[in-house]
Design a protein around this ligand. Structure first.
Ligand SMILES: Cc1ncc(COP(=O)(O)O)c(C=O)c1O
Length: 407
């Protein structure tokens, strides 16, 4: 097996293509896919040594698989972390991080602008094990500061957040976390290391839903945690035991996805920026949420910590009768013809969703209101189709709520 390492520090573009290439004696140019559940040993003695950890090597694909390891090494290099552990999904990565690092009595301070299912983990499961969460406004550092107690072990945020693309100050939050002996955990799903590297700004752990931009074509579920050896060893121990493992096939697909990550993220960002500007000028669009807009309250912060603004934006609609409700949002969505009505994001295909009744449908109404997830809010993950075609489809949505525009 040949595995050449990069000779010196390389760009994100190069790391995404060249890190941890996995080549067998067949010398295939594309990475090898080890589609096997277990591995064989030369002897009973060797099997025992592998299981006890006395001898490094492959054991069983729940926790050791060369293709998954290649994905982990590549993502660790991209994020600038010592180690990465891959999971079956983004939610498995998030849940494993909490289960591995927290104990009853511990406390999380989290941005309230997180993916709806992360909220369910806080409310329905962690609470059951005596772990409390305090939700705060992502951009209000005083709220973060006041929420921290001597039981706080983790500060958690997504930046930019889902679905409102709000931005948190990673460096300032890292300082707050470290002053309290807590870890700062950043879900970097919306930017990916192509646009933002939280560890360089002081974050301890970076979480990914690989399902999104790391794949990039909406094919496979996966997740990952990146960070220093010590917490990652605990997280790996949880994976080995609980078994929410990434499939080798999915890891192989993600390795392919990573090769075009920078290119795609630049184009997603370009299309989203053009569309955000266009939407702002349309009748029937009450508000556009995209940190790339100079008018967005987090624009300066996003410009400082991201190299582009990403592909996800959301907007609030108002029908021609002045109604800003769920019916208006649903009519807009149903009026589109090209974009895909689906909750996934990070795909080359533009996707449209109504967060209040899908991704954040299980978040209690009061919390949804506090988080700004209004009934007339629509999230668009802008894909790589021609921008004029995307605009034309948004014009169809606007027409369905009584506003005629020319794309
Ligand atoms: C920001 C963010 N984090 C985590 C997740 C969960 O990832 P997965 O669906 O791979 O479990 C999602 C899914 O939409 C997400 O948007």
């Amino acid at each position: 097996m040949s595995k050449r390492q990069p000779p010196h520090e390389q760009s994100v573009e190069t790391l995404a293509i060249r890190t941890a290439q996995l080549r067998t004696e067949e010398m295939a140019h594309s990475e090898a896919l080890f589609l096997t559940s277990s591995f064989v040993y030369d002897s009973a003695e060797q099997a025992a040594a592998r299981f006890s950890g006395d001898e490094p090597g492959n054991i069983y694909s729940r926790f050791t698989n060369p293709t998954v390891r290649a994905f982990e090494e590549r993502l660790a290099a991209l994020e600038g972390g010592e180690r990465c552990v891959a999971f079956a999904s983004g939610m498995a990565a998030i849940t494993a991080t909490f289960m591995a690092l927290l104990a009853p009595g511990d406390h999380i301070v989290s941005s309230r602008s997180v993916f709806g299912t992360t909220n369910v983990v806080y409310d329905k499961y962690l609470k059951k094990f005596g772990i409390d969460t305090t939700l705060v406004d992502i951009a209000d550092l005083d709220q973060w500061r006041h929420a921290i107690t001597d039981r706080t072990r983790i500060l958690f945020l997504e930046t930019p957040s889902n679905p409102l693309a709000e931005v948190g100050d990673i460096a300032a939050l890292a300082e707050l976390a470290h002053a309290s002996n807590a870890l700062l955990v950043v879900d970097n799903c919306f930017c990916t290391p192509a646009l933002q590297r939280p560890i360089e700004m002081g974050a301890d752990l970076v979480i990914h839903s690989a399902t999104k931009y790391l794949d990039g074509q909406g094919r496979c579920l996966g997740g990952a945690v990146v960070g220093p050896q010590a917490p990652l060893e605990d997280i790996f121990g949880f994976l080995r035991t609980a078994g929410a493992s990434m499939s080798p096939f999915n890891a192989w697909v993600f390795l392919k996805g990573l090769e075009t990550l920078s290119l795609r993220m630049r184009e997603h960002s370009r299309n989203a920026a053009v569309l955000a500007d266009w939407l702002v000028a349309q009748p029937g669009i009450a508000r556009v949420h995209y940190a790339g807009l100079a008018s967005h309250p987090h624009h300066a912060l996003a410009a400082r910590q991201q190299s582009a603004f990403g592909g996800v934006l959301s907007f609030e609609v108002e029908d021609s009768d002045g109604k800003r409700d769920r019916q208006a949002a649903w009519r807009f969505i149903n009026g589109t013809e090209m974009v895909s009505i689906t909750a996934n994001l990070g795909d080359v295909k533009t996707t449209i969703t109504h967060p209040g009744s899908t991704t954040h449908g299980r978040v209690p109404d009061a919390e949804k209101q506090r988080a700004g997830i209004t009934d007339n809010l629509i999230r668009l993950a802008v894909g790589l189709e021609g921008i004029e075609d995307i605009k034309a489809d948004m014009a169809r949505g606007l027409s369905a709520i009584g506003h005629e525009v020319t794309a």
